[in-house]
Design a protein around this ligand. Sequence first.
Ligand code: ADP
Ligand code: MG
Length: 593
Amino acid sequence: MPIQILSEEVVAQIAAGEVVERPASVVKELLENALDAGAGHIRVEVTGGGRQRIRISDDGSGMSPDDAPLAFHRHATSKLRTADDLTHITTLGFRGEALASIASVSHLTMVTRHAGFPAGTLIRLQGGQVAEHKSVGAPIGTVITVENLFYNTPARLKFLKKDSTERRHIALIVSRYAMAYPGVRFVLEQDGRELFRSSGSGQLGDVLVAALGLDTFRDMVEINAEQPGQPIRVYGYTSAPSLHRADRTHITLFVNGRWIQDTRLAYAVTQAYHTFLMTGRYPVSVLLLEMPSEEVDVNVHPTKAEVRFRSGDSIFAALQRAVRRAIIDLAQTPAMRGRYYSGRAPSAEWGLDDSHLQLDLNLDLESPGQYARYHAPALAQERSDPTAVPVGLGAPVRPRTLPILRAVGQIGATYIVAEGPAGMYLIDQHAAHERILYEQFMEEQARQEQPAQYALSAQSIHLPPVEARLVEENLDVLHSVGFSLEPFGPNTFVVRAVPALLADQPPADVLTALIEDLESGVRPGQASIEERIVQRVCKQAAVKAGQILSLDEMQGLIRQLERCQSPLTCPHGRPTMIHMTTEQLARQFGRLG
Ligand code: ADP
Ligand code: MG
């Protein structure tokens, strides 16, 4: 093909590809514009995962009749004049590309009015071409409606995920901006249901309760660190060591009001927990960094989620120091769950106005046993407790996979000491019980038996919006392992039954643990979501380290382990036992030459 200059239209679509990757990118760009326009109230309405329609209304400055049509030209911006301005950007946008890009791949309608003008302007575009342009009556501010996104770029459309996935991404974006701008009131409505709302009170704590849930927020500490003479301020909330997650994605960072992705800074946060968290566990943090605009270069990537720092090392150090300080201070005061934050007390304003939800959240804080008694229907008590540590006799008769072992005693309420023909065995009681429960569960599944369920008096569980979408996406899998769970209004689920193994656990805790597994998604080489959920259920149900067992219980556990197909490892692959042969013992005691 000979060289040709591409047409305007093709150029616009190529550029759009960089900025508008999915519906959530549209939401992001339009939110940034509303925030840059000084809005105090922003409403986001989404239909059909954003493909059908996204509407964002703000009460910001609006645009004059002259400016309104210019906004759709590429490289048209009111936020930047000279290249020099790029070194101290104080707005979220500056590239002048977003509106042009979004308009080129959708049907877009904008109604806007600036305070200095008696009337507003309506502009309608189709694939970037103006189809209508007129003066209309309108309130001050801007409403942008984006419909039929990617209607003219079928390739992009094909790559979009399920609606539920897109909805989750959108909820994530909205909650992030709400965190960075607690003084702005955000409302997110998806398919006519309100899923998220922040009060605009100016308190980050209020937003975190709405976005993460009160239960998570209770376990977070406030950080507010300013170093005299240092231009960097670090503030926000980070988890007490008792609250942790399986991956780094719960570390949320902002620089000058912009959400950023920065592995190095996330590492600084993780590092601050050194010795406070087990390896492989990560904190939940929402941290905002503020520094002079010339310290950060935001012109690195079209989506503006990556930034470059002029003095990266001192920012790394400031962040790590601030987090470390907060955790050490906390460690020195007696742990009092629910007392970490210094914000105001929870109130109806936080969206927890539904009294029975409050009740659930509070019950959550009681011990699991108490909870189960409170809710246990009479029926359940008649059944033998499936989570009980097996006692001596009555183990199912399966071929033996270990030699006969005799329980001798327990060490540290954690390990069982046993004797066998080939020497001494130390058994990790938790790992061993996990293995037993897992194989029982899988056997039942293989026999196509409906997993044993434990009926609860129906209770509702309220989840943060992002987590709620994940549960919605995986309802089938959850049903197949024995949860009876139904969506019940925005972000709320009614739980009617849990797998029998989990009878004595608060359903809210169980779901939180499961959501972690769902969040990590399916990666190549990893067990399926279903299998991992089963593993999680067994882990939650298994006898814990630190639990004193009777000799009968120890012997019963060993009996069942002896008949597991893979008795030597727990379902996650960790060893269930250590074996010391008679020879090894003899050698240690110098009895063997
Ligand atoms: P950028 O935000 O990088 O300037 P955009 O394409 O997102 O580029 O927007 C172009 C211009 O349109 C902005 O610079 C701003 O002047 C105007 N604009 C866009 N959205 C709004 C809004 N919600 N309220 C007021 N002005 C807006
Ligand atoms: Mg913009």
